[in-house]
Design a binder for this molecule. Structure first.
Ligand code: NAD
Ligand code: DAU
Length: 361
């Protein structure tokens, strides 16, 4: 039988890449994109599949029990993949409430609906599966002076930001529904993604956009915080693999052993963008060290050993190739960038950076 995926948050960065991946990878598939279209949701990411008979979009909020129940009834999904979330750490520091409401409340609502619709009279759930797209940020922070230390699935959860606390809470609810009700759940915890369609509030697209406009490149603190970068397509493959072949009830870390400091990332972008558009005015003088993010996690480093050993997953896109592809995509799609950086975004940008000043001020 043709499997139906109900993908929440499918108009966002990773969700839209995941939908494009599914429709490329499988002929025999139905994909329902359920998205509330917040500032981060952009249906323009999916114009290439709008006419595809295997794809449908419904605008709805994962916190709305009635709407979710109706969607389960309409599409009878075999799989739910929950991407829908508030995803930006800086926004969570400025306004934590909606992170609790969407990331925790929305997830619990989806779990309740999945359980109510999927559970049979004998308490079993057939072949249904619910996958929660969690994050490596639930593990907290690693020190810079222990480069061999990595997050494993057994690392205790220790979130620091309102964003990561909300994701950790959702992650725990998902596993609690597995343990308590037998709901067939899976959890993935991935490191930082980059690639096409990422909203230009996140480090890589923000730096590409600012560099092209000869605007300051705001690096938080000393720029030595480390993130483990994975090309988004590799994350999408991992999610689909875990959904289809992972062991129900398990958590799988996803990461690429590609740790870089923020200042390294920014310098790489400066060099490559300058070369790509042949503009020597794009140089390191644009870099501005600004006041650090509150509670800024120092280092993320993930061990993807379990998903490699159990499911044979490995990243396929080396960073050099992924960053070149990403920069090329942003250069080729200036209208996309302009449209998402609309008035609402500008207000946000002003609030976030307007009075930030430079480090030490
Ligand atoms: P994003 O902000 O680009 O997209 C989030 C999407 O969710 C948007 O389309 C938005 O409209 C939708 N949404 C928000 N609230 C909703 C609601 N109440 N109901 C329905 N839809 C709603 O985020 P992203 O970067 O694509 O991240 C997707 C998921 O992956 C998130 O759960 C995030 O925590 C997780 N994750 C992200 C990364 C990363 O590096 N970006 C890494 C690991 C995990
Ligand atoms: O690790 C996975 C997480 O990665 C996901 O769960 C989140 O949804 C996603 O947003 C991302 O979180 P980060 O906080 O790591 O990503 P961000 O792009 O916001 O920042 C990356 C690093 O760059 C971080 O150390 C903060 C720094 N930074 C960020 C911005 C936006 C700057 O120095 N300057 C900036 O302007």
């Amino acid at each position: 039988m043709t499997p139906t995926y109900l993908v929440t948050g499918g108009a966002g960065f990773i969700g839209s890449n995941f939908i494009l991946h599914l429709l490329r990878a499988h002929d025999d598939v139905r994909v329902v994109n359920v998205d509330a279209l917040t500032y981060a949701g952009n249906l323009e990411n999916l114009t290439s599949v709008e006419g595809d008979a295997r794809y449908a979009f419904r605008q709805a909020d994962i916190r709305d029990a009635e709407a979710m129940t109706a969607l389960f009834a309409e599409f009878d999904p075999a799989y739910v993949v929950n991407f829908a979330a508030e995803s930006h750490v800086d926004r969570s520091i400025a306004d934590p409430g909606v992170f609790e409401s969407t990331n925790v409340g929305g997830t619990v609502n989806l779990l309740n609906v999945a359980r109510a619709v999927w559970e049979r009279s004998d308490g079993t759930f057939g072949d249904h599966r619910y996958l929660q797209v969690s994050t490596d940020e639930v593990y907290g922070s690693l020190p810079l002076d222990e480069p061999d230390a990595l997050f494993t699935e057994g690392t205790p959860l220790s979130p620091h930001s309102p964003y990561s606390a909300s994701k950790a809470s959702a992650d725990l609810f998902v596993r609690a529904y597995g343990d308590t009700y037998g709901l067939p759940v899976l959890v993935t915890r991935c490191s930082n993604n980059y690639g096409p369609y990422q909203f230009p509030e996140k480090l890589i697209p923000l730096m590409i956009r600012n560099a092209l406009r000869h605007e300051a490149l705001p690096v938080y603190g000393d720029g030595l915080n480390v993130r483990d970068w994975l090309y988004v397509e590799d994350h999408c493959r991992a999610i689909d693999l875990v959904l289809r072949e992972g062991r129900v009830g398990e958590v799988y870390n996803v990461g690429g052993h590609n740790e870089r400091s923020n200042i390294q990332i920014v310098r790489t972008i400066v060099e490559r963008v300058s070369e790509a558009v042949d503009d020597p005015a794009i140089d390191d003088s644009l870099i501005a060290f600004v006041t650090d993010r509150k509670g800024h996690d120092r280092r993320y480093g993930i061990s993807p050993e379990k998903i490699r050993a159990e499911l044979g997953w490995a990243p396929e896109t080396p960073f050099d190739e992924g960053i070149a592809r990403t920069i090329d995509w942003y250069l080729a799609n200036p209208e996309w960038v302009e449209r998402v950086t609309s008035g609402a975004y500008q207000d946000y940008y002003e609030r976030m950076y307007g009075d930030r000043g430079t480090a030490g001020n």
